[in-house]
Design a protein around this ligand. Structure first.
Ligand SMILES: C[S@@+](CC[C@H](N)C(=O)[O-])C[C@H]1O[C@@H](n2cnc3c(N)ncnc32)[C@H](O)[C@@H]1O
Length: 489
């Protein structure tokens, strides 16, 4: 998704040099279009709307003129009240109306890699992006696409350095988009790993979108020998029934820009002290509009998420009596409602992954921060649509009808808590006095530049004057690595 840094908009939301997410001065909290426009004014004379030229096509996938991809019909309003996560799931993944289901162009594909070493610097890079957008007429590119093959090669190298190579390498990728990551990782193993690693490896893609599952097979199929080691399962990775039996073998799970597209729930409190309520949505009688309803939080995923993330501790019941009375008085006099978005889709997915693949090592990358969010609530998403060649953000998530990408920032410390919670805890050692649970995972969060400096080949994405978009522009994305404790080196 934006997957282009700020320049390419969405998923990329990269910040220019000197800017920092959350900083006060500058372009920091600028993202996407506004950042692009300001940035582009600074560095070139291109129009951002050209940079983000519209289209539903997927370069390299179809012939736009002879085989236009039909747009799905808008998602009808729910016929009965549903939780916000179910509304979001339909808007993104409904088989007939969902944003990802029918459009292979929801994830853009470059037909060839960018030769960064031949570009002079940032201006030349921006010009190049401009021409790519113009030529491909796609929605946006993700980093794995924009920096192919180097981004995926960095991930492959991280796996090679950390994996137990005495067992056959097994990689699952959830939400593989166009298949670029899979192909580049398999290329890397074929060319750089000892032959037995490539020969014995399997790579399984679990992809919810039929259009993207098809595209992945085409991409990987470019190299004939990959096909006997690769297969795609078109299903929802967070549905436990799709995984069959538990597979206790060590394996890797890769998720790039998937967490941000997982359904989230919304919780609400009318003031600073009342308990959180869960938000449902329903169709307003006699109109096509949708409105919110608030109910006591009873849904098991929501209540677990509130507990794991410590949101319940914000409740007044945990304060001492004096503080508690003061807060009550204050909230009566100056009530201020609160809204927060809960990563219940992430909780569900990690629950299932830890159950199905108890010895998995996980590599996930995503946005730690999103600029210019117009929707209210902590951790709120961007809801973006392409219209007439321009990217427009909706003010309400309720406006998304399968035409819009809905993507959330990831709170990586929350992700870590959820990961530990879903992996369970090791039994206490007999005789141990400690009452603290023992974690089953070793985890680390790295910013993209640190990850790529450690495992990638940063020289490949450096321009002649030293500017390196992968290291310099992706300040709002991070990598999360989580391995079973015994597997950590
Ligand atoms: C924004 S795209 C990222 C694609 C690719 N990883 C990349 O970085 O270019 C999100 C991907 O996750 C897939 N996806 C989202 N939820 C999923 C789920 N529950 N199970 C499997 N795939 C899912 C989408 O269909 C899409 O391929």
């Amino acid at each position: 998704m934006v997957r282009l840094a700020q320049q390419s908009r969405r998923r990329i939301c990269a910040l220019p040099v000197g800017a920092s997410a959350g900083g006060a001065s500058d372009v920091s909290v600028i993202g996407r279009e506004s950042l692009v426009s300001r940035w582009m004014c600074l560095v070139s004379s291109y129009s951002p709307s050209c940079l983000f030229s519209t289209g539903t096509g997927c370069a390299g996938a179809r012939d736009e003129e002879s085989d236009p991809e039909p747009l799905p019909l808008p998602l009808p309003p729910p016929t009965r009240p549903v939780l916000v996560r179910d509304f979001i799931r339909s808007a993104l993944y409904d088989p007939d109306h969902g944003y990802f289901s029918k459009r292979s162009g929801s994830v853009g594909v470059l037909d060839r890699s960018i030769n960064f070493n031949q570009l002079q610097g940032r201006n030349a890079y921006m010009r190049h992006l401009h021409s790519l957008y113009k030529k491909h007429d796609i929605a946006w590119f993700t980093p794995v696409e924009l920096f192919k093959p180097w981004y995926a090669h960095g991930i492959a190298e991280a796996i090679l350095r950390t994996a137990n190579l005495s067992v056959p390498l097994k990689i699952y990728e959830i939400g593989g988009g166009s298949g670029t990551c899979a192909k580049c990782i398999m290329d890397y193993m074929m060319l750089n790993a000892p032959p037995k690693i490539y020969n014995n490896m399997t790579y399984i893609s679990v992809e919810i979108s039929p259009a993207l599952a098809k595209k992945q097979l085409e991409t990987v199929g470019d190299v004939q020998s990959h096909l006997s080691r690769y297969h795609v399962e078109c299903r929802d990775a967070s549905d436990r029934s799709g995984w069959g039996n538990v597979d206790a073998q060590p394996c890797w799970v890769i998720m790039l820009e998937v967490l941000d597209n997982l359904p989230h729930d919304l919780i609400f409190s009318p003031n600073q002290v009342s308990a959180w309520m869960e938000v449902w949505v329903e169709k307003v009688q006699g109109s096509g509009e949708i409105s919110e309803i608030y109910k006591p939080a009873l849904d098991p995923l929501i209540t677990r998420c509130i507990e794991i993330t410590g949101m319940d501790k914000q409740n007044v019941a945990h304060d001492n009596q004096v503080l508690s009375s003061l807060k009550h008085v204050w909230s009566k006099a100056f009530p201020k409602s609160r809204r927060a978005w809960m990563p219940t889709g992430c909780l569900k997915l990690l629950d299932v992954l830890h159950w199905a693949l108890p010895n998995m090592s996980l590599i996930a990358s995503d946005f730690s921060y999103l600029p210019d969010v117009r929707i209210s609530g902590d951790g709120a998403p961007l809801v973006s649509v392409k219209k007439d060649g321009r990217t427009i953000d909706y003010d309400s998530y309720l406006d998304a009808k399968g035409d819009a990408d809905i993507f959330f920032p990831t709170d990586f410390s929350m992700l870590e808590l959820i990961d530990h919670h879903c992996s369970g805890w090791l039994n206490q050692q007999p005789g141990s006095n400690s009452s603290r649970p023992i974690k089953k995972r070793r985890t680390i969060t790295l910013d993209t530049a640190s990850f790529m400096e450690e495992f990638g080949l940063p020289s490949k994405t450096r321009t002649k004057d030293g500017y390196n978009p992968l290291l310099d522009d992706f300040k709002n994305t991070k990598f999360y690595l989580s391995v079973p404790t015994y597997n950590a080196k």
